[in-house]
Design a protein around this ligand. Structure first.
Ligand code: TMP
Length: 211
């Protein structure tokens, strides 16, 4: 069993374009961590289970129309409604492997033309990740991977703009992993990054996003 000495869990976020492989990698990483005896849970945003999440889901499926600022604030609200639970899990020693977070919120909304500063404002005060792993794949390559599912943002031109915004958001918590490498190789890199992060975060306080 991997001991964390009663310390807190790590907040580990995976980011990347649609079809970059985040979701499968998150699932594999979670089983790896649990196999090591580590307390860990997989989370994702949007969390489509809440009532805000259902509005987001309908919007993404093109079943409802919302103006760009409104949907931006709903995505943010969807993170806020989970903030307290997130904090108590982390302080209770559970590591969270999160599929998308604030960086998706910023990169996707900015790709529509919203001002980045406006986009950042509602994210201030959410918990800051200990580690952000960006799965880097070319937008064209991502599109080839079994095609897009037909949700609102799944178009190559749009994903290219999202990628540009992601690049400008990189900060000291980011690690870029080449998502075009074989699945196993990517997973090995993720495992190492996650294990290091979990042991290193022990001495560090949880902080908030300040942007
Ligand atoms: P998903 O496919 O990971 O469930 O995400 C759904 C879409 O929502 C995806 O195209 C990324 C986008 N998105 C935002 O635009 N803003 C956000 O804050 C989040 C979390 C996702």
């Amino acid at each position: 069993r991997m001991e964390n000495g009663g310390g807190r869990g790590a907040l580990i976020v995976l980011e990347g374009l649609d079809r970059s492989g985040k979701t499968s990698q998150c699932a594999r990483l979670l089983s790896f961590l649990q196999g090591k005896g580590c307390l860990a849970e997989a989370w994702r945003f949007p969390d489509r289970e809440t009532s805000v999440g259902k509005m987001i889901s309908a919007y993404l499926a093109n079943e409802s129309q919302l103006d760009d600022r409104t949907i931006h604030l709903l995505f943010s609200a969807n993170r806020w409604e989970k903030r307290n639970l997130m904090e108590s899990k982390l302080l209770g020693g559970t590591t969270l492997v999160v599929d998308r977070y604030s960086y998706s919120g910023l990169a996707f909304s900015a790709a529509k033309g919203l001002e980045i500063e406006w986009c950042k404002a509602p994210e201030v005060g959410l918990l800051a990740p200990d580690l952000v792993i960006y799965l880097d794949v070319q937008p064209e390559k991502a599109a080839e991977r079994g095609g897009y599912g037909g949700e609102r943002y799944e178009r190559v031109e749009f994903q290219k703009r999202v990628a540009e915004h992601y690049h400008s958001l990189r900060d000291s918590t980011w690690k870029v992993v080449d998502g075009s490498l074989p699945m196993e190789t990517v997973q090995e890199q993720l495992r190492e990054l996650a294990m290091n992060c979990i042991s290193e975060c022990q001495g560090k306080q949880l902080t908030n996003l300040t942007w």
